[in-house]
Design a protein. Structure first.
Length: 170
């Protein structure tokens, strides 16, 4: 049922874009171009990312993930989450499937939420781009505020869901 509803939604979006082209609606045409631009970027990035995630899932043992990113990892787990999140290419399109894989391998929810926050705000390519346009001082200030906020938010969300015995249905 959910899949059928998703297909209807996608069909409706395509029909709206086609109607915008037929009636020469400039905002609809711009929305359609933006949609296809994002879609094309996803098509270019996601297959490679999914191959790398599958290799990670196959090659990285559960014990290693639990040791470095599990409940008892301490502060080093957040350091690993920051490092992994900052090197994520493709943004959150890639970070969410990787977070799911980390969860299946036994990573703590606090670490996973922190990783997702870091992947959203601390990616190295984005940071370099930002520093070149807005200045190094701005980038340092943004990172100095964003990293603690993402860390605190990840810890709070993880504790909140762990109290309620959260689990992902497969």
């Amino acid at each position: 049922m959910k899949r059928k509803l998703l297909w209807y939604f996608l069909l409706l979006c395509v029909l709206l874009v086609l109607l915008a082209y037929c009636f020469n609606n400039s905002s609809g045409i711009a929305s359609g171009k933006q949609f296809f631009s994002i879609f094309w970027n996803m098509v270019k990035i996601l297959p490679c990312a999914f191959i790398l995630i599958a290799l990670f899932e196959k090659w990285c043992h559960r014990d290693t993930v639990v040791k470095h990113l599990g409940d008892n990892c301490g502060i080093t787990g957040y350091f690993w989450a920051l490092l992994l999140g900052s090197m994520t290419i493709g943004g959150l399109f890639v970070a969410f499937p990787l977070a799911y894989t980390l969860h299946r391998k036994g990573a703590s929810l606090k670490i996973i939420f922190s990783f997702l926050g870091f992947a959203g705000v601390c990616r190295i390519p984005m940071t370099l781009f930002e520093a070149s346009f807005l200045g190094v001082q701005f980038t340092i200030i943004r990172l100095a505020t964003a990293i603690p906020i993402m860390l605190i938010a990840g810890i709070l969300m993880g504790k909140f869901l762990e109290k309620r015995n959260y689990c992902i249905e497969e």
